[in-house]
Design a protein around this ligand. Structure first.
Ligand code: BES
Ligand code: MN
Ligand code: ZN
Length: 533
């Protein structure tokens, strides 16, 4: 559904408040409507034969040789028309390449998509996503020729189509309401296998990715710590094995969480710490894998204010929190046999008369004192208290944090890999492998012991921003590591370069939902590692 009649008044009120610059008390602010720009989900079915309806036909191909078997069931004249079109076009069967043909048989459109010659599981999903995006505004039903592909590949393609079928124009009133669109039929000789993978895991990934992307794309006047919590509760409600716990500012005060409270001080919106447990293995469960996310619902930089260019994108600074909660949503929706906890450290970083200043000293929950050099290095502050809470309250098999932490990770890795930091080789290895399988690659970077010197303060235990230049992503990782004892296996993912992008062939402008698929894979495959390495 696009913006419903119900959603609009709320949007109006939100923008009215923003325009008037009202500093209304939180309680009188309008509640953010749960927006979703996603259109009606296309129903997906798996069938051994081609349905009667002639809408769009999708033919994924790695080579000309595959054409006869892939298009088995089409008429001879349809098959030869496709063959002639391929022979006379520039189509090279490269991964994600597309060729749209019209006027063949009764089909509304025949879309040929290239698979490349060495397609892995994540490639089938990616090609599916490109296909789903190409058909975003297509009202017709869609038939996908998947004969000859394994059940796993057909399911990955169907999952990808769902991922590509996503809109980020949450608040755009479209002139034409796109009505109910036709369904998708995957024609497959491995239909039962494909259907079960898709229904157990694929559809959960789609729902979780959509939730993660929606909440990351939402503006800062709609998503703030409390509304993040409410939207997560709504998404998780009724799922077996899920328990939600939320710490408010009073709880945090009692626990001595001076770091996250410090970050939240400049905002009218109080911080929150949200803990989502999902146990799919029962009370005898092994220790949980703990996922922690940076949840800065808007990062102005605080008193160390950011330049105005692109500041609007800093509504995505809660992407780590969105991804860890999204991962638990995916795992719980598919009732995966895992024991996992997501912790979202939520605050808004604003400049104000009550905001923390450069030079202020904060004390984190574990007693460590921190000299704030830059109020813009706030992500590590909220995570410091999340780590301290985890160490005191959970008995983690491993801790993985996900954060849009530093601009410097883009300098190091462009947008090809997220940064992975860990002192634990076995844990790092499992994360790299999961990233490869999921198509969300990680590159390991060092936590050099020399960073200890860079992060030393003359007045407190630590400073929150390094004295030297360079190593910005690494010194940030070093800082985080000071809030967990070294015998807990821990890894840090800096996704500041991956969480957001312009529109491309598989996604619209905005959130990428990065790390949901990687962490879903990682948690499912997790093998306990030695506590100290
Ligand atoms: N949220 C930013 C990092 C960021 C930058 C995310 C660009 C996405 C895109 C973070 O809070 C930040 O401001 N980091 C500073 C740290 C510095 C002050 C030590 C940075 O990277 O410049
Ligand atoms: Mn910042
Ligand atoms: Zn930030």
């Amino acid at each position: 559904m696009r913006l419903s009649a119900l959603a609009r008044p709320s949007l109006y009120l939100l923008s009215a408040c923003a325009v008037a610059g009202l500093h209304a008390p939180v309680s009188s602010q309008p509640t953010a409507m749960a927006q979703s720009a996603s259109q009606d989900v296309r129903p997906v079915q798996f069938s051994p034969s081609i349905p009667a309806e002639r809408g769009v036909l999708v033919v994924p191909l790695a080579s000309m040789d595959e054409l006869p078997s892939r298009t088995a069931g089409l008429t001879a004249s349809e098959q030869s028309a496709i063959a002639r079109a391929l022979e006379t076009s520039e189509f090279t069967f490269a991964k994600r390449q597309q060729l749209s043909l019209r006027g063949i048989g009764e089909w509304h459109q025949i879309l040929i998509v290239g698979l490349g010659d060495d397609a892995a599981q994540s490639d089938y999903q990616m090609v599916g996503a490109v296909t789903g995006r190409a058909l975003l505004d297509e009202a017709e039903s869609v038939t996908v020729m998947a004969s000859g592909l394994t059940g796993e590949a057909a399911a990955a393609f169907a999952t990808g189509m769902g991922l590509g079928d996503y809109r980020s124009d949450l608040y755009r009133a479209r002139e034409e309401q796109v009505g109910q669109r036709g369904g998708v039929t995957i024609v497959s000789d491995a239909g039962p296998v494909a259907r079960s993978i898709y229904e157990n895991r694929g559809s959960a990934i789609i729902a979780a990715m959509n939730w993660t992307r929606d909440i990351s794309n939402e503006p800062g006047n709609a998503v703030y710590p409390e509304s993040f919590v409410e939207r997560a509760r709504t998404a998780l409600s009724g799922l077996r094995g899920v328990r939600v716990e939320v710490l408010d500012e009073n709880d945090m005060g009692e626990l001595g969480m001076g770091a996250i409270l410090g970050v939240g001080r400049g905002s009218e919106r109080p911080p929150r710490m949200m803990i989502v447990r999902y146990n799919g293995v029962g009370p005898s469960a092994e220790r949980p894998v703990v996922l922690v996310g940076k949840g800065i619902t808007f990062d102005t930089g605080g008193i160390s204010i950011k330049p105005r260019q692109n500041m609007e994108n800093m509504r995505m600074d809660m992407s780590g929190a969105a991804s860890v909660v999204g991962t638990v949503l995916a795992l719980a929706r598919s009732q995966a046999p895992v024991n996992v906890v997501a912790v979202a450290a939520l605050a808004e970083n604003m400049p104000d008369g009550r905001a923390i200043r450069p030079g202020d000293v904060l004390q984190a929950m574990n007693g460590t004192t921190i000299q704030v050099i830059s109020t813009d290095a706030e992500g590590r502050l909220v995570l410091a208290d999340a780590f301290s809470w985890i160490e005191r309250n959970l008995d983690p098999a491993a801790v993985v944090d996900v954060a849009t932490l530093t601009g410097s990770v883009r300098g190091a890795l462009s947008d090809d890999y997220a940064g992975l930091f860990s002192r634990h080789d076995a844990l790092a290895g499992q994360l790299v492998a999961a990233g490869e399988t999921a198509g969300e690659p990680l590159w390991r970077l060092p936590i050099h012991e020399s960073y200890a010197e860079d992060m030393r303060s003359t007045i407190a235990d630590l400073r929150n921003s390094s004295s030297g230049s360079g190593g910005g992503a690494g010194t940030a990782a070093y800082f985080l590591g000071e809030f967990l004892s070294r015998d807990i296996p821990w890894a840090h993912l800096d996704i500041a370069n991956m969480a957001w992008s312009g529109a491309n062939a598989w996604k619209p402008d905005g959130s990428t939902g990065f790390a949901v698929r990687l962490l879903d894979q990682f948690v499912r495959e997790f093998q306990p590692v030695e506590t100290v390495e």
